[in-house]
Design a protein around this ligand. Structure first.
Ligand SMILES: [Zn+2]
Length: 274
């Protein structure tokens, strides 16, 4: 699923290109993806509006359609935005298209798991999960003390705490493996077992891992922002390969249908079977 690095690149890419442009065409290729709370006539209500500055909160992107509509996109596992010329082939699983005079912005979703809301600004509280998310993991708003205090109420394994989005938002199953690898913390370590030094390494690792990924993705995703690029990650999905830090073989475990990759040598800790 798109996580902070992917979404940051998509956001910056769109903000360089669409802000101020008019949506001159809009159509739903497949209905039932967009939940419109603002107007009965989505997508025609979009026509004539201008794109505002895209913002990101956790794993959700908000695209303003000026003056008084917002499209809130939670891509979940397989959602994507494609920016292409209007004559580009409409890919399978395209749900809706918003056309500017010279370019299209299209929403695709392989497994139709994403959630897209078309709302007025005052309806934002009705968008599920938007306001229940924890503080964004990348916006730099948390001091180390706040990060440490915020972590305290959560119990269980650190990987689960980081991905659930209540403690901090925007980190998913792929980048959490990278963050824990960078911080040298076992994904199975319980919050109560983390030392102050562990928490500080985690606090430092999150923005470092995100920045490094954003720099790579900026080169690799543009202009095909709908294509997911993950092959450069250090441990996630690299089970059986040598650890780039110590050479030990990377371990891979699937639990609850989620893959966890880590280095048992760099990230020591007991694996407790539930
Ligand atoms: Zn290692």
């Amino acid at each position: 699923m798109p996580e902070i690095p992917d979404l940051e690149v998509i956001k910056a890419f769109l903000n360089e290109r669409i802000v101020g442009k008019e949506a001159v065409r809009a159509n739903e290729v497949r209905p039932a993806m967009v939940r419109s709370l603002a107007a009965d006539d989505f997508p025609s209500d979009v026509t004539g509006r201008r794109f505002g500055t895209v913002s990101r909160q956790g794993k959700m992107l908000t695209l303003p359609l000026e003056p008084d509509r917002l499209l809130v996109i939670h891509m979940m596992l397989t959602g994507a935005l494609q920016y292409c010329t209007p004559d580009a082939t409409v890919l399978k699983r395209t749900f809706f298209i918003m056309g500017m005079p010279d370019m299209d912005l299209r929403y695709l979703d392989e497994r139709q798991m994403g959630m897209v809301y078309y709302v007025r600004p005052d309806q934002l509280p009705q968008v599920p999960r938007l306001e229940e998310q924890g503080p964004d993991a990348y916006d730099g708003g948390l001091s180390l003390d706040e990060f440490t205090a915020g972590l305290k109420p959560f119990n269980g394994e650190i990987k689960g705490i980081l991905t659930r989005g209540k403690f901090v938002s925007g980190i998913g199953n792929a980048y959490v493996d990278e963050v824990l690898f960078a911080a040298k913390i076992s994904p199975f370590k319980r919050r109560k077992e983390l030392s102050a030094a562990d928490i500080e390494r985690l606090y430092v690792a999150i923005p470092e891992v995100m920045d490094e990924a954003i720099n790579i993705l900026r080169e690799r995703m543009v202009p095909d922002i709908h294509v997911k690029v993950r092959d450069f990650l250090k441990v996630h999905c690299k089970g059986g390969e040598p650890c780039p830090r110590c050479g030990h073989t990377i371990s891979e475990i699937t639990a609850n249908r989620r893959l966890t990759s880590y280095c048992r040598s760099c990230q020591p800790g007991m694996l407790i079977k539930n």
